[in-house]
Design a protein around this ligand. Structure first.
Ligand code: NAG
Length: 91
């Protein structure tokens, strides 16, 4: 089980302006493949969404090039949010 509290930036370059934090955890959840349950609060700390967050949960399989994330709720401007996101790794 890993806990994270990582910066969220406007772009994929870590030097681009920070807009918030990705805070959550990912326990290993599968016995047959390398995958975790990713549970994250996407917390905005700047801009017009400052103080609001939305909640993401996903199956994060390490060898999938693209992973689909479920947006399952939120607070503030994101109250009642639902939707999805797409995640890939930038090396
Ligand atoms: C975000 O909101 C907090 C709490 O209201 C405030 O202290 C902070 O200065 C704000 N940050 C920005 C970058 O506007």
């Amino acid at each position: 089980m890993h806990m994270i509290d990582d910066p969220l930036t406007e772009g994929s370059d870590v030097a681009s302006p920070a807009v918030g934090r990705g805070q959550g955890f990912y326990p290993f959840a599968e016995q047959q493949e390398l995958a975790v349950i990713l549970s994250l609060n996407i917390v905005f700390t700047a801009g017009k969404h400052n103080g609001s967050y939305f909640v993401v949960q996903a199956k994060d399989a390490f060898f999938d090039e693209v992973r689909e994330l479920a947006v399952i709720g939120g607070a503030g401007r994101f109250r009642g949010a639902t939707g999805y996101g797409i995640m890939s790794i930038h090396l």
